[in-house]
Design a protein around this ligand. Structure first.
Ligand SMILES: NC(=O)c1ccc[n+]([C@@H]2O[C@H](COP(=O)([O-])OP(=O)(O)OC[C@H]3O[C@@H](n4cnc5c(N)ncnc54)[C@H](OP(=O)(O)O)[C@@H]3O)[C@@H](O)[C@H]2O)c1
Length: 259
């Protein structure tokens, strides 16, 4: 597990242990005060697995079947090529990549190992992604907006999930630009999608789709009760990718059999 001391990493480790997976290695940032301690000593869980910095990845993955990672885009760009070169399968949930960062990762990983990348491992959100593809049947004159709310510690905005929803809606509805917020005189233009990000308190993740026509409106909301929902989906991806032999980048559609 990489990002082992983080919000997602520590949740995932606890869920994995509770579901009978074996956690054999833990990686954290070089500056993390928990480097050299065990998961038990750092209060993550009841395991004597040592937490190493990224230079220790070869040692941390030695006994691993799958490398699971929730870190930062900068960390993934450096770490994932190393993991792929070691021939380890990957499940990665980090968000906030630039196109160039993602291009470099795909180039380093896709020909070497099977990997599942997803901006959101919650089953409900992945069903929502599919529902959004059906939305192209709305007549002209219906506007689509996305509002997402996350905890105040989240680094990237809008969320990777809101961006993915935006891509699906733009493809279905022919939007060509995105407005990320309004101030002053700012009328909605034709061909413009709206994505708004709110950062507040400890919210694990809320995404709302608003579809409004002149006389009616639909609002669809997904609320994650806790980070366990992402951990659960990531563990489905772990079990799925463990059985894959063909290198490539896969999505939750593949994991859930909807590919
Ligand atoms: N796909 C999904 O379903 C899903 C769900 C929730 C979150 N996420 C995404 O997952 C990522 C992590 O979120 P989070 O809330 O867990 O953030 P977080 O609490 O900040 O955790 C990130 C962890 O990565 C560690 N890290 C930084 N650089 C590293 C490196 N070079 N090698 C190994 N570990 C490194 C950080 O260590 P330090 O604290 O020491 O810097 C931190 O422990 C974000 O991109 C978030 O958007 C995805």
């Amino acid at each position: 597990m990489a990002g082992a001391t983080g919000r997602m990493g520590s949740t995932l480790i606890r869920e994995a242990v509770a579901r009978g997976y074996r956690v054999v290695g833990a990686v954290a940032a070089k500056e993390d005060p928990n480097i050299g301690r065990t998961l038990r000593e750092s209060g993550v869980c009841d395991l004597d697995v040592k937490i190493v910095d990224p230079a220790g990845i070869p040692e941390a993955v030695r006994e691993a079947d799958v490398y699971v990672s929730f870190t930062t885009p900068e960390a993934e760009v450096v770490n994932l090529p190393v993991v792929a070169d070691l021939g380890k399968k990957i499940v990665m949930g980090t968000t906030g990549f630039t196109n160039e960062q993602m291009r470099r990762i795909v180039e380093a990983v896709s020909g070497k190992v099977p990997a599942v990348f997803s901006p959101n491992f919650a089953i409900g959100v992945n069903i929502l992604f599919r529902l959004l593809r059906l939305m192209k049947i709305f007549p002209e004159g219906y506007d689509f907006s996305i509002v997402e709310i996350h905890h105040s510690g989240k680094r990237d905005a809008p969320s990777g999930t809101a961006k993915r929803m935006g891509e699906i809606i733009s493809e279905a509805r022919g939007y060509s630009t995105v407005s990320y917020g309004r101030e002053g005189i700012s009328v909605r233009k034709p061909g413009e999608l709206e994505i708004l990000a709110v950062r507040a308190g400890g919210v694990p993740g809320i995404h709302e789709i608003i579809v409004a026509g002149p006389y009616e409106m639909i609002r669809i909301e997904h609320t994650a009760f806790s980070r366990s929902v992402f951990a659960q989906g990531a563990l489905y991806a772990v079990s799925w990718v463990y059985k894959q032999e063909k290198p490539g980048i896969y999505t939750m559609d593949d994991v859930l059999g909807w590919g």
